[in-house]
Design a protein. Sequence first.
Length: 385
Amino acid sequence: MKWCWVIAVAAMLVGPVEAASQNERSRGAEAAKAVTTITGVAISPLLGVGAVGAWDYFTTPSAKKEKLPWYARPVFWLPALLLAGAVAFKDVAGAAVPTGWKKPLDVAETIESKVSGLVATGAFAPLVASIFSHSGLTAHGLNTLGLGALDLAPLLNILTIPFAMAAFFVVWLVGHVINVLILISPFGPVDAALKAARTALMGALTAIHLIDPWLGALLSALVIVVAYFIAGWSFRVMIFGAVFTWDFFTRRRKRFQPAPNTNWMFTARKVEHAPIRSYGKLIKHDDGRLTFEYRPWLVFPTRTVTLPASARYAIGRGLVYPTILSLDGAKPKAIFSLPPRYRTHEEQLGEIYGIREVRDVGILKGFKAIWRWFAGGEPAPVPAV
């Protein structure tokens, strides 16, 4: 099934080899194709660039294969597609294996998504530049104005490439978010649904582009606009995934100790003006106040949120990472998510921030309840989270 998508995506991204000369090509169709290409590859860079390279390799005459770009050489696209196939196998088999066995593979895929995104960016600059280079704009359109000697292709490239790179980045952010959500999700069916949604979007772009390139470009432009408006959220989730991946990959909790009054964490929901997944520091002041400090986009001026002095909190001990819960409501709500390095340090966190209660939450709570049931005891009543 995965290889069917490889063929389909390649057909969308590259298209058939045309016999007509450059001057006879429709510049509008070339631009529409480029917009769809940028969007399609940004959704899944490893698969997209690998498919582009394979298609270019197999549709290029043997005599010209030596002039193909680096991503169209078998030494790149063959391992890329094999790795994409391995990821697909992991997704299919993932629903049948325990969460603890699957998470290391999800971490590896998250790293791959970041690396392939950087690689794809390098492949796209010449792709976008080719829209204007040797396209017939200067040779035909400018001749009609008596300006045949004036070549505006370099200028058009300078204006277009930054836009193309920005569009690629915001769409890639959304595609990468799916990997991060899978990383933090404890449920296999949720992982499968997220991957199915991403694959369905790629399939829709493929089908619509093959039917009508202009409709494909319109759908791609819609995807780019939506990605732009959620870019802030996508960026915060990307940072969330990067921190979690680093902690998993380096097993940092084995050599980590919480700081005495300032610790890094993410908002688990909107806390006053701090959006969900904001990365910042929870500070315990000498007078007992708790404040959360963060920088929007990690570079803008620091903003501070002061937590209510009368609020009640608990530390949530999770299977993968701990949380800080607010107990002021009908049921406990997670307001902060701590990186995995803080796991097994829940009691210390409670002492640092003056939080007395530490309770099991989520999957860990369920595992312990099942264990107590098999052991012949009754699960301790723990409020649901």
